[in-house]
Design a protein around this ligand. Structure first.
Ligand SMILES: Nc1ncnc2c1ncn2[C@@H]1O[C@H](COP(=O)(O)OP(=O)(O)OP(=O)(O)O)[C@@H](O)[C@H]1O
Ligand SMILES: [Mg+2]
Length: 390
């Protein structure tokens, strides 16, 4: 039976869903001879009672909604703590599965098989003989336990392959988007230089000034993009050096503001106690703050408020504004590369700022969080853990 299962798993696509389908088929009929099978999958720490694959347990789908997650079912808990296949003589009488399940599906004897590898449970198989009473020998249970371990090991491999695929897909998507973004300023610069080269002598001073303006804007945009892309690739390769230093927060904030929004200072409130110090990488801190403040000025509305506090185990810095905030449908993608809320490219943004700021926060063991402002606006919070030597 195990050989058959091994062969079938070897032949199916190395995708978790396909493999679970294959396992369900094998527990059912041919190999192990159960009549009904449901396979549940770990949905990051929770086992949803909707089967990932099943035979004859269609009604579970209908019951879903009222059911507790599978990891709370006694049969599952027993199987998990023993890391073995477990059998129950009468699930209705003994409450091995929730009564609504046992009752409406007329489950009597039932077996539960955990898919455990390396101390982690990847899935759980439930099988019965369509409500009939049956017994399993120690040997049969042992075979099922082995089958479960075997399936788990195969799932580990398949999950890793799937993750690799996703990562490489994300990479090619990134390269495609990056080249697309770079193409616009490059085309702009090329166009202007062509005009200057071919018709430079015939142009009026006013026309030359317009071309110079475009040249400046487009090259500036390209310079920023190239800087951002370099930052990202360094962050990704863990090649950014983080060297924490102790510095006074208020002075640092004020100096960043003077650099990035010199003409907006009267709209910005800095609510940071003068004596407050923190230990962080000053360059990374500047980059994060500069991104947040530029965004608040660009997409939000005054007043913009920058505040900071050293709390218990964390240093926290907030940048909030009184604009419209981030629309709820966009918020989940806010920190993704190239994600922009408004399809408005005229302001030269590329949607990389927050992705970079988030990476700089993470490189220091911290993170960047978005929340809606009170009563309105956007509120970004930088959280950095206080280092032990602080
Ligand atoms: N304070 C804010 N209020 C409202 N929307 C915001 C705010 N900050 C960011 N956003 C939205 O999030 C999007 C992504 O911001 P991000 O900083 O990542 O990129 P960008 O500003 O568009 O371009 P870049 O920073 O690369 O120049 C913005 O385009 C904007 O739609
Ligand atoms: Mg930005």
């Amino acid at each position: 039976m195990l050989q058959e299962l091994a062969r079938a798993l070897g032949e199916c696509q190395p995708r978790p869903e396909d493999m679970l389908g294959c396992v369900a088929r094998h527990l059912n009929g041919a190999g192990f001879g159960f009549d009904r099978v449901a396979i549940f999958k770990d949905g990051t720490g929770r086992f949803d009672p909707v089967p990932a694959a099943q035979y004859g347990f269609e009604d579970l789908e209908v019951l879903h909604g009222q059911l507790p997650p599978v990891d709370e079912w006694p049969l599952f808990q027993r199987a998990l703590s023993a890391e073995e296949a477990v059998w129950a003589a009468d699930a209705q009488l003994d409450g091995d599965v929730p009564l609504e399940v046992a009752g409406s599906l007329r489950i009597r004897s039932v077996v539960g098989v955990p898919f455990v590898a390396g101390g982690h449970c990847f899935g759980f198989g439930l099988a019965d003989r369509r409500g009939a009473a049956f017994e399993l020998t120690q040997e049969e249970l042992h075979t099922l336990t082995t089958a479960g371990r075997f399936v788990a090991a195969a799932l580990v491999g398949a999950t890793a392959t799937e993750r690799e695929h996703r990562v490489s897909e994300l990479k090619s998507q990134f390269v495609a988007l990056a080249s697309h973004e770079l193409r616009a300023p490059v085309a702009g610069i090329h166009g202007v230089t062509m005009t200057l080269r071919e018709r430079g002598d015939d142009l009026l001073p006013e026309q030359v000034r317009v071309l110079q303006g475009t040249l400046y804007e487009q090259s500036d945009r390209m310079r920023r993009l190239v800087d951002q892309l370099l930052d990202l690739s360094k962050l990704e390769a863990d090649a950014v050096e983080i060297s924490p230093r102790r510095f006074p927060v208020r002075e640092r904030v004020e100096s960043v503001l003077r650099q990035v929004v010199p003409d907006k200072l009267e709209h910005i409130v800095v609510a940071v106690e003068p004596g407050l110090e923190t230990l962080a990488d000053p360059d990374a801190f500047d980059r994060i703050l500069a991104n947040l403040v530029t965004n608040a000025v660009r997409y939000g509305a005054p007043p913009v408020k920058v505040s900071a506090r050293q709390l218990d185990t964390h240093f926290r810095l907030w940048v909030e504004d009184a604009g419209d905030g981030v629309p709820p449908e966009f918020a989940p993608r806010l920190f993704q590369r190239f994600a922009r809320g408004r399809a408005d490219a005229s302001d030269g943004g590329s949607g990389l700022g927050l992705a970079i700021a988030q990476s700089f926060a993470q490189a220091q063991g911290g993170r960047l969080i978005y929340e809606d402002g009170e009563p309105r606006g956007a509120k970004f919070q930088l959280v950095l853990p206080v280092r032990k030597d602080q």
